[in-house]
Structure formats: structure tokens, C-alpha cells
Write a protein that binds this ligand. Structure first.
Ligand SMILES: Cc1ncc(COP(=O)(O)O)c(C=O)c1O
Length: 381
């Protein structure tokens, strides 16, 4: 971790620590090389394209869940662009085909609808169907693609004995911040029901949710697992993993500042120049409590505060946190691990500005990438 003088960063600011990103990228690249898997970046989790100059040295491409992401991948990242969209739009499909080399469909009906366009396209596009293995270990329903009634992927009862003609791959995504053992257990479930289809494909996309950059992740187990799948299914020439979180995992911060401290109902609340609901929505959706540098997530001791956001949503707060010293106006609050699923999910609710975006470079200098104001707020409305 770089020693960053956070008080010099223009607050609020999503701040990427380039050194930490490179560390993740080196690990991801070495897993890809050792296992033989192709690992690509899921843009839905990390789209900070000012970092793509670095990222593209380590992975061959991106995956998109919309035309905008496919465009971003093609224009700002280059390399391979894969896509899985819940449904493709008629008016967008031509451009989707221009950008993508691999396209995964969420239903047989969507494949039937677009297969004519795929076969007439001058560039070869390899296509897949997303399966729903009806097995998942994700505890939070909001993030579980296999809850009963899930619209994500085709369940086994909707497949014939043979894959539709023209389909070369299968795709699955049922993990969220999971380890390789959860992946292996998923695979065993898939083999129970889909084994006759596994012998008909040349690639399998194992989706995202592989948190391979988290401390304690068993890399060797993942590598051995991937190798064992290649060995068992010689027809599968390519196993693809498309994590998002693993790239941005613990690579940066949301730097913010205390604007005011108020007391209410016996609780102290620090009001910040950012918002939990608008800038860290997963903390409310998941929910989880983000770590703050030099504070503990508890209500022990004398200096206990809730972190209050700038919007008028009553629930726009996080905590309690205990600090070593009382908080006062102007103090810097650094939320950790704020690079994945933050910038892509922010809103300007209440007209609150989006945080700046910046990079703490490997040469220990700060680069301000962007700041936002009225024009960006207005442009969305
Ligand atoms: C189809 C698909 N692929 C990849 C990902 C990326 O997952 P993660 O960021 O958890 O690695 C997701 C996340 O929702 C997804 O839905």
C-alpha cells in the first residue's frame, strides 16, 4: 500500500492506488497463465477506463452487459470483447456485433431471434447460451442468480438433447465474492444435469464472482480445478472467467471530509461531503459496513460516530465507527476498498455531485482524472 497524503486529495474523491491495482493484475495474469483459463474484465464491476492502459497489459479483453459497455471495451480497452446481455435490443444488435467476438444469449428465443444476423455477419462471432444451474451458494437473494424464478439463464428442462445448431459455448454465472471450492461444487452440480451438453461445446464461460485477489483464496486449487476440466473435456478448448470485483478488490478509496458533527438521540453523527446511498450504494444494498482507515467498526469507547451522507434519505448513513480522537469539521475520512461497483453505480440523487475520480500513481503523484458538476447532473435528466 502506498503512503498517500489523503489530506492533499480534493475531496470527495474515488482514488485508485495504481500500485495495488498492478498487484492484483499480476496475480490474475499468473493464474491465467498457470491454469490456461482466459480471464477477462467484467466492466459492470470496474469501468474506470483511465486505468485501462495498465489493465490491458495483463488481460486480453473485457466483457460487456450492455452496448455501452461493449463500446467502452472496444474503444477504450481494445482486445477481445465478449458480451452477455439479459436481452439484446433490435436497434443495438448490429453495433453489438461490430464490437464483440463472443456473444452469449440469455434464452433460446433470443438466440433464435438473432442467429440469422450472426450467420450473415461478415466477421465470425462465436455464440453461447447462459445456463442456470439452479445451484448457488450466494447468501443474499439480491445477488443470487439462481433464486427460484430467476430470469438469468436457461434451466435444464428448456434444453433439447442437443444444443441449438450454431451454439459453440455455454456460460454460467452463479457466484459472488466466492472461492474456488464454491466454483468446484457448482461444476459438480452442472455435470449432474448438463453433462451431455458439455461434450458439445468448444468453450465454457464460468462467469464472475471469483474473488481470486482476496487474501486466503486458494489459487492452486483454482488452477488445478481448471486444468482438470480441460483434461476431462478435451472438446473444451477455452475456459473463460470474467470477474469484475477481483480486479478492483482493495485497490483504492473514497476519500471524504467531515462537514459538520451533529448529535441526535444520544448519537453523534459526522456529516460528510459524500453519500452512502449515492456513492457507496452496495453498503446499503448488500448491506455491508465499509472499513474506514484508522477507525473500528464498533461502538466502543468515547469517540463513536455514525457517518452521515449528504442526501436527505434517512438511511443515508453507515456505522457506528469508533475513532481514536473526537471528529471535527475538516477531518478526512477514508473509506477503504471502494473501487469495484462504486463508480459504476453512483447517482446524483438530491443533486449531490459525484465524487472526483483520481489516481495515486506508482511514482507517488496524484492525477485528477475527472471532477463533476452541474453539467453532469443536468445531462442525466
Ligand atoms: C454475467 C456476469 N459476469 C460477471 C460478473 C462479475 O462478477 P464479479 O464482479 O462478482 O466478479 C457478473 C456480476 O454480476 C455477472 O452477472
Amino acid at each position: 500500500m502506498s503512503k498517500i497524503p489523503f489530506e492533499t486529495i480534493p475531496s470527495p474523491c474515488f482514488l485508485l492506488d495504481e500500485k495495488l491495482l498492478r498487484k492484483n493484475l499480476e496475480l490474475i495474469q499468473s493464474i491465467a497463465q498457470k491454469s490456461g483459463a482466459k480471464i477477462i474484465l467484467a466492466l459492470k464491476g470496474f469501468s474506470m477506463y483511465s486505468s485501462f492502459g495498465l489493465v490491458k497489459h495483463y488481460v486480453p479483453g473485457t466483457t460487456a452487459s450492455s452496448l455501452n459497455e461493449a463500446r467502452l471495451g472496444a474503444l477504450e480497452f481494445g482486445g477481445e470483447v465478449h458480451a452477455y446481455n439479459v436481452a439484446y435490443l433490435d436497434k443495438e444488435f448490429e453495433e453489438m456485433m461490430q464490437h464483440c467476438g463472443h456473444i452469449t444469449f440469455n434464452s433460446i428465443a433470443q438466440w433464435n431471434k438473432f442467429k440469422g444476423k450472426i450467420s450473415q455477419n461478415t466477421k465470425k462471432i462465436s455464440c453461447a447460451i447462459r445456463i442456470n444451474p439452479e445451484y448457488s451458494e450466494v447468501e443474499t437473494d439480491l445477488y443470487n442468480p439462481c433464486i427460484p424464478g430467476s430470469r438469468l439463464g436457461v434451466t435444464i428442462q428448456h434444453f433439447d438433447k442437443n444444443l441449438p445448431e450454431g451454439i459453440e459455448g455455454l456460460h454460467m454465472h452463479n457466484l459472488c465474492e466466492k472461492d474456488s471450492y464454491a466454483l468446484e461444487r457448482t461444476w459438480l452440480e452442472i455435470e449432474k444435469n448438463f453433462s451431455h451438453l458439455l461434450t458439445q461445446i468448444s468453450w465454457f464461460n464460468m462467469g464472475g464472482g471469483h474473488l481470486m485477489t482476496k487474501k486466503g483464496y486458494d489459487h492452486n486449487h483454482l488452477i488445478e480445478f481448471i486444468q482438470s476440466v480441460y483434461k476431462k473435456y478435451p472438446n473444451i478448448k477455452e475456459i473463460i472467467l470474467e470477474p469484475g470485483s477481483a480486479f478492483g478488490w482493495q485497490t483504492g478509496y473514497l476519500v471524504s471530509k467531515v462537514l459538520d458533527v451533529v448529535e441526535s438521540g444520544g448519537k453523534e453523527v459526522a456529516i460528510l461531503d459524500c453519500s452512502v446511498s449515492a456513492h457507496m450504494p452496495d453498503c446499503i444494498e448488500m448491506p455491508y459496513t465499509a472499513k474506514i482507515t484508522d477507525a473500528e467498526s464498533n461502538n466502543k469507547g468515547e469517540n463513536v460516530y455514525l457517518m452521515g451522507g449528504l442526501t436527505c434519505l434517512a438511511g443515508d448513513y453507515m456505522g457506528p465507527y469508533s475513532f481514536k480522537k473526537p471528529l471535527k469539521e475538516g477531518d478526512i475520512i477514508v473509506f477503504e476498498d471502494m473501487m469495484h461497483y462504486t463508480m459504476v453505480k453512483t447517482t446524483t440523487f438530491n443533486g449531490v455531485n459525484l465524487p472526483n475520480i483520481g489516481i495515486w500513481k506508482e511514482n507517488n503523484t496524484f492525477e485528477l482524472i475527472k471532477s463533476f458538476g452541474y453539467e453532469e447532473y443536468k445531462a442525466r435528466l
